[in-house]
Design a protein around this ligand. Sequence first.
Ligand code: HEC
Length: 125
Amino acid sequence: MAYAANDMSSEAIAERTKPVGSVYTAKDLEGIVDTAAGGTGGEPAEPRSGEAVFNAACSACHATGAAGAPIKGDAAAWGPRVAQGRDTLVNHALNGFNAMPPRGACGNCSDEEIANAVDYMMDAI
Ligand code: HEC
């Protein structure tokens, strides 16, 4: 950023007088170093929220009852299932259970994203 030498605004003065070496912090360099080392330089994508996964991959059945799926928010339908414990529910969501397809047939959902979607449905009861 170029400032006229006679620019006396505090911003201009701060720019002219800031200490040498303050331009890059270690944090600024992290991405550059990662890239040089063969990394992508970026953070891995965040796992999608349970709501996002539900809307994309689960709602076709769990919002409508299609194929006999327990509907999100239907406490009577979910009660005995919840009683099995979260681990069993997540396991059935990952591996399939009767007419429930493995991962809700979501090919690009991670284990964590499927678990997020299960938690999202459990939160609705
Ligand atoms: C093609 C329809 C369909 C889709 C899509 C689907 N489900 Fe299901 N799901 C079912 C059906 C049907 C059942 C009931 C199976 C049974 O009890 O026999 C079920 C049951 C479940 C259960 C309860 C399992 C148990 O032990 O009682 C969970 C948890 C679940 N689904 C999670 C999910 C999640 C998470 C997604 C999205 C990633 C999803 N489902 C997508 C049809 C579907």
